[in-house]
Design a protein around this ligand. Structure first.
Ligand code: HEM
Length: 132
């Protein structure tokens, strides 16, 4: 029998566009890592802007975009993981607690990659070898 529950749009357009733009940005940054330095740097900056925008949206965006809606405490997340292992996890509208921590980890990883990439361009960190 068909599901009679109404369709519900969980993620707003900004989350969706930002998500694919970030995925594309990381892929393009990887593809341009050699021989396309200036392009690579601009793509890297763009990914940093996308991460920053997602953080702002996670604090001030609509309900399902907010970290407060889906990030749960470590204890609650462990309980959820235990329920997953027993195949009895509750369903969530939006992100589940494990997915939430994965999102935070991915955003932090992209931010750290962009930040350390930028460090490459500075004299103080790694770009210039100290002679003699
Ligand atoms: C999502 C963002 C980024 C990703 C995924 C990324 C990825 C990479 C990768 C895979 C390499 C090659 C590393 C190696 O072979 O050791 C690289 C090198 C580099 N990246 Fe990025 N990067 C990002 C952002 C940035 C940013 C924001 C900058 C600077 C503004 C930057 C500047 C550089 C530089 C200068 C190099 C070294 C190029 C060389 O060897 O001459 N990257 N990046």
């Amino acid at each position: 029998m068909a599901d009679s529950r109404p369709d519900y749009e969980v993620w707003d357009p900004l989350v969706r566009i930002g998500h694919w733009a970030l995925a594309a940005g990381v892929a393009l940054a990887w593809l341009t890592r050699e021989g396309w330095r200036e392009t690579h740097e601009w793509i890297g900056y763009a990914t940093l802007v996308l991460v920053a925008a997602r953080v702002v949206w996670g604090l001030a965006g609509p309900r399902y975009a907010r970290f407060g809606q889906f990030v749960r405490s470590p204890a609650a997340t462990l309980r959820y993981a235990g329920a997953v292992l027993k195949r009895g996890e509750p369903r969530h509208l939006g992100h589940n607690p494990l997915g939430a921590w994965m999102i935070l980890a991915l955003l932090a990883a992209v931010a750290a990659t962009g930040f350390t990439g930028w460090l490459y361009t500075t004299d103080a960190y790694w770009e210039t070898c100290m002679a003699g």
